[in-house]
Each structure stands twice: as structure tokens, then as C-alpha cells.
Write a protein that binds this ligand. Sequence first.
Ligand code: F6P
Length: 453
Amino acid sequence: MVVSNRLPVHRVVVDDRKGWEISPGGLVSALLPVLQSRPSTWVGWSGTSETDLEPFMHDGIRNQPVPLTSGEIETFYEGFANRTIWPLYHDAIATPTFRRRWWQPYVSVNQRFAKIATDCTSKGGIMWIQDFHLQLVPAMVRHQRPDIRIGFFLHIPFPPPELFSTLPWRRQILEGFLGADVIGFQTRANAANFRTLARRYAGAVIKGRDLIYQGRTIRVDAFPISIDVGRYHHLAESEEVSKKAIDFRRSLGSARKIVLGVDRLDYTKGIDIRLKAFRELLKTNRIGLEDATFVQVAVPSRERVEEYKELHNKVDQLVGEINGTYGEIGRMPVHYIQRNMRIEELVALYLAADVMLVTPLRDGMNLVAKEYVASRKDNTGVLILSEFAGAAQELKSALIVNPHDIEDLSDSINHAITITNAEEVRRMRALRRVVRNNDVFKWADRFLEILER
Ligand code: F6P
């Protein structure tokens, strides 16, 4: 049983008929292959305010929809999840909003998820709860059904005590997590933050990597998530994708190097600072249009939330300014695509790109970094990676940057554009080894093995 805010599918309407399609995004691409290999149910919200959806099968998985009213979408999802927890857990890059009227809907939606999920779990079953929308569900499930083995995995960062302590509902959130038998984080630092806070505010006792809480032993550890490496490898080998990569290169013009960014349009991703670093290189004549073209793919996200609207405008403006100032007819320094892309198109872009910029200001893991590496089957390509992405703990052979530092960023882009072939191949080989050795199946096996013990 997997429980997450969203189902792995979303609504599509084709010829006036409603259907479902697999959704993009890290969580889904990570869990789908794992679930397809065993009989499973996924409990989650459909992404709409339809309240009468029946359970249905899609791609071998039973989907159990949880209804959310439009009021709950505003208070639980856009409010508490995306304007309180999301910014707080991402270093308060945007100021977290603590609004008391969002708390009760967060509790009652968590209760609904817990009830629906426990109702479909058999005696002694395994339940794996995902992410920051559902932090209270582990304790709620334990309360109703102590026979269930409960895992919880947080996909986003877990903040240091100084930040987390500001949350008015800190004790309730920690007690929610502590209902689980296994609590997973992306990095060791995240797990250590949690242990410290659980001791401070919930009276748990730290014993190595475990916590002792209310007479139970809870495993709290790092489980760095990954991707389906084989899938990216196969796509990169396919004729369709290779052809598309050549087409992309051709249509991007004659610049020697293609620099790529692929992100959700989110203020944690550092898209604006990255653009400024590229602008700096053009402004100081360290590169010209013939040296590099920057392609930024930004997938619209959480569009009704104010901070996301502001970022949207900021990025539009920057791209316009850079192209207006440094572009020539038929030759633009920045190619900006603001929409979702099919995985085949993405891999083709990964193949076409000489340099991949993954420079979030804070990120739980960042699977795009791993997708790029997995696609670079000829061991070329340079990954520039933020030291504040969870992925930096593993992908140490990338060019590691401080994404807040425009000079560090522009120097690294310049280094990547002018890198020697020997250094490029040495780095990419090492990165590919790391990614191959920990794919998403290993991630899930490791978590489930501990949970099933
Ligand atoms: O990274 C956290 C995450 O919740 C992903 O699992 C998901 O793909 C992404 O953010 C988008 O989130 P939302 O459900 O708000 O569109």
C-alpha cells in the first residue's frame, strides 16, 4: 500500500472522454516501476475536485482516490503544504506563512487519507506513506491499526533544528512521523536533524541510528532516492531519441556548446540566479553567441500560489531581457520552454546538451541530475550541481557549485564549456558508476527490506 498526496495518474480528456495518464515528477517515476512488480494499491488525490471517483486499475496498479474539496485544495494543499511546510523545509528561501486556519484542514485531510488507506490494508499489511503532505498519517494509522507495518519517506529536505523549531505545530508534526516503524530521509544530515528534534520536542531517545519512542524502536535513516537507470539507458539508445537529439542540436543553431536546465518552475530551483550567471558571461564577453546556447525547460507548477506566480514573471522577464540585449536575428542566447515534456523529448535534450545545470538553492535529492548522467551513454557531458541538492552527497564528481554565488556559477559554466575531453570523460565515468550502483529498485528494496523485517 502506497499513500501519497497525488495518485500516480492525472485526468486527461480525449475526444470529450475522461481518462487517466501517468503523471510526470520524481515521486511517480521513482515508485511506479517498483509497484508494477508486485500487487499494490496506491492511495492519493486525483488532482481535481471531483468527489465521486471509484477505485480503478491503471497500468497494473489499483488506484484508490481520496477526494479533496476546493476549500481543502486552498488550505491543505496550497496553504499548509505549499506555503508553510515547503518553504520552511527548503531553508526558508521564501518566507513560510504560519496561518492558523490552515492547520485544521491539514489534520482532517491527513485523517481522511489514514482512514481510506487503513480500510484497504489487510491484516499485518505494509503501508508506505510518502512526503510532506501526509506527515500526520503514520501516527493516525498506528492509532487505528497497530497491526500494520508503517514506513514514511520524506522526499524533500528536513530542516535544521533552528528552522524547524519556529513551526507552531512542531510537536504534532514530529509525533505524526513517530507513528512509523521506519522513517526515511534523503540524506544523513536530514535524518540527524530529525533525531535531534524528536528528542527535543517529543521525548524520544537516540540510540545510534534508531529512536526509542513509547517503547518502540524506530529506524531513522538516509535512503537516497534514485531513478530507473535502465529505462533512461534504453531511451538514450533508441533510434527515435537519438534522431530527436540530432534534430534539437540542428535547430539550436551553430553554438559550440548547449547548456541545459530542466526544472519545475519553483523558486527553490535557482532558475533566476542561473540565468543571471549566464547573462554575466555574455555581458563580460567571456562567452559569445557562437560559444554557447542556454536551453531552459521549466514545467509550470502550483500556479495558483503567489510565490510561484512571482517567479514565473521574474523568469519571463529575465529571459526577455537577456535575449533582447544579447540576441541577434535567428540567434538567441536563451531558449525558454515553459511546458511539460515527454520523457523521450527530455532524454533527447539530455543527449543534445554538453552541459547540464542543476543548481537548486535547496533540494531533497534532484532526480534530473541522475537522469542526465544515466542518459550520457558515451561518457561525455558535464554536470554542474548545487552543493545544496541531496544528489551532491553522491555525485561528487560533478562540478559542485554554490548556487547563490553568481561568480562561482558563471566560472563553473565557463569551465564546463571549455573543459578538456579527458576531464569530462573522467568525471562522467565516475558519475555513471555511482548512478548505476544505486537505482530506484535498490532504493525501494532497501527501504522495504527494513520495513518488512
Ligand atoms: O519534490 C516533491 C514533490 O511533491 C514531488 O513528489 C512532485 O513531483 C513535485 O513535488 C510536484 O508537486 P505537486 O504535487 O505540488 O505538483
